[in-house]
Design a binder for this molecule. Structure first.
Ligand code: G
Ligand code: MN
Length: 378
C-alpha cells in the first residue's frame, strides 16, 4: 500500500491501521514523492489525500496512469466537492471517501480494491494473450496517457497514387501513423482523439508534420491529405498563416463520406474558402456505405476515390464491375478524376483499367511508407 497525505499525523494514522491489518505500507508526503515511489514500485492500492500543495491527488492519479492503468486509487478528502469527485471518477479513481474516515471503512475499501486490482490484472493479461480480440480499454487518464504517447510517436507515411497508362506517379496520399502500440490503427487513434475532444488538435499536428515534410523533401507530385470533420470546423485550416496554406495548390484534401457532412456548419462556404486558397477536394471512400452521391453535389469534388471494398475482387464480381463502371461514367461526365483505392492484385488492376479506370492506389504498387516510396509497375 502507498499512503499519500501532506499531513504527517493523518498519514501515520492510516499507515498504522493498514499495518495492523497485515498490509505492507509506504508513506509519501506529497504528490511528487508519491509519483516517484509509484514509478519505482508497483503498489496494490494507493490511498491519497486530494488537496496537497504542488501536485494534488488528481494530478498524481493522472501521472500514475501514464505508467499503470490498473492500480486502484482511493481518495480521501476533508473538503468534498462535486467537481473533484467527478474528476476523480472520470480519471479512474476507485473510491472517494470523505474524512473523517473510520478505519474499518478504509480497510473495507482497501480490501475491495485489492480484489478488483487482481481481477484487472488477470483481465489485462488475458487480453495481451488475445490481443486481436479486444482493444485495451481504460479510464480517461489511461486514454490520455496513451493518446499523448501516440502524438509523441506520430509520423506521416505516404503512398503513391499512380497513373497506370502513363506508368507514372500522379500523387502521394499522406497517412497518419504512430508507433504507440495501443493506438496503432489510425481509426483507433482518431477515436481516442474524438473521445478526448482533441480531434482538431490532432489534425493541426498532422498538417504541421505534412508541411514540414513538404519543406524538407518537396514531394515529386500532388499530395493528398485526409481531413477529419473536426478539421473542417477548425479556423487554422482556412487561415492565411495556416500550416498547410502555403502548399495549398499542391494539395488535394480528402473528405471522407464518413464525415457526416450534413452536420458541418456552412459546409458549402467552407469548401469555397478552401478552393479560394488553392486546394482541390477529393471525396474519399466512395462506396464504403456511409453517405451517397449527395456528396458530389455538396462538394463538387475534383477527385473521387473509390473505396477498396468496391475494388476487392472486382475481377470476379459482375456487380462490382457494373457499379464501378457507372461511377466512372458519372465522373467522366462531371469532369471528375477517379482514383481506385486498395488495389492488391494484377487482376483487380486489369479489371479497373478495362472499365476505363486509370488512377490507382494500393499495395500492388506500393505500401505506405516513410518518405515517398517508389511504386512498382511490374
Ligand atoms: O480511409 P482511407 O482510404 O484514407 O484509408 C486508407 C487506408 O488504407 C490506409 O490506412 C492504408 O494503409 C490502407 N491501404 C492502402 N492501400 C491498401 C491496399 O492495397 N490494401 C489494403 N487492405 N489497405 C490499403
Ligand atoms: Mn484517404
Amino acid at each position: 500500500m502507498l499512503v499519500v497525505d501532506d499531513e504527517p499525523v493523518t498519514a501515520r494514522g492510516y499507515a498504522r491501521a493498514l499495518s495492523a491489518a497485515g498490509y505492507k505500507v509506504n508513506v509519501a508526503h506529497d504528490g511528487r514523492e508519491a509519483a516517484a515511489m509509484a514509478k519505482a514500485h508497483s503498489y496494490d492500492v494507493i490511498i491519497s489525500d486530494i488537496a496537497m500543495p504542488d501536485m494534488d491527488g488528481l494530478a498524481l492519479l493522472r501521472t500514475i496512469r501514464e505508467s499503470d492503468l490498473d492500480v486502484p486509487m482511493i481518495f480521501m478528502t476533508g473538503s468534498p466537492a462535486l467537481e473533484s469527485a467527478v474528476t476523480a471518477i472520470e480519471y479512474g479513481a476507485f473510491r472517494y471517501l470523505v474524512k473523517p474516515i473510520a478505519p474499518e471503512a478504509m480497510l473495507e475499501s482497501v480490501a475491495r480494491a485489492v480484489r478488483v486490482h487482481n481481477l484487472a490484472r488477470v483481465r489485462r493479461e488475458a487480453m495481451a494473450v488475445h490481443e486481436l480480440e479486444g482493444k485495451p480499454i481504460g479510464d480517461r487518464a489511461g486514454l490520455e496517457a496513451r493518446f499523448s504517447s501516440a502524438v509523441d510517436k506520430l509520423w506521416v507515411a505516404a503512398q503513391p497514387i499512380v497513373s497506370w497508362s502513363g506508368r507514372s506517379i500522379f500523387a502521394y496520399e499522406t497517412l497518419l501513423r504512430t508507433d504507440e502500440p495501443t493506438l496503432r490503427s489510425p481509426l483507433d487513434f482518431f477515436d481516442a482523439a474524438e473521445r478526448l475532444g482533441k480531434a482538431a488538435e490532432l489534425g493541426r499536428t498532422i498538417r504541421q508534420r505534412v508541411a514540414r515534410q513538404m519543406r524538407e523533401t518537396p514531394p515529386p507530385a500532388l499530395l493528398f491529405v485526409n481531413l477529419h470533420p473536426a478539421d473542417l470546423e477548425d479556423d487554422e485550416l482556412y487561415a492565411d498563416d495556416g500550416a498547410l496554406t502555403p502548399f495549398a495548390k499542391q494539395v488535394v484534401l480528402e473528405i471522407t463520406e464518413r464525415a457526416a457532412l450534413d452536420r458541418i456548419h456552412e459546409l458549402q462556404s467552407r469548401v469555397t474558402r478552401l478552393r479560394t486558397l488553392g486546394y482541390r477536394i477529393a471525396i474519399d471512400d466512395l462506396g464504403a456505405g456511409y453517405a451517397g452521391l449527395t456528396s458530389f453535389a455538396q462538394l463538387e469534388p475534383e477527385v473521387v476515390k473509390v473505396d477498396m471494398s468496391l475494388v476487392r475482387g472486382i475481377d470476379r464480381s459482375p456487380v462490382k464491375q457494373k457499379l464501378v463502371r457507372s461511377i466512372i461514367t458519372l465522373c467522366t461526365e462531371l469532369g471528375i478524376q477517379l482514383v481506385a483505392e486498395g488495389i492488391e492484385t494484377v487482376e483487380e488492376r486489369d479489371a479497373l483499367v478495362a472499365l476505363g479506370g486509370d488512377l490507382c492506389q494500393g499495395y500492388l504498387f506500393a505500401k505506405p511508407g516513410r518518405g515517398f516510396p517508389d511504386p512498382q509497375f511490374a
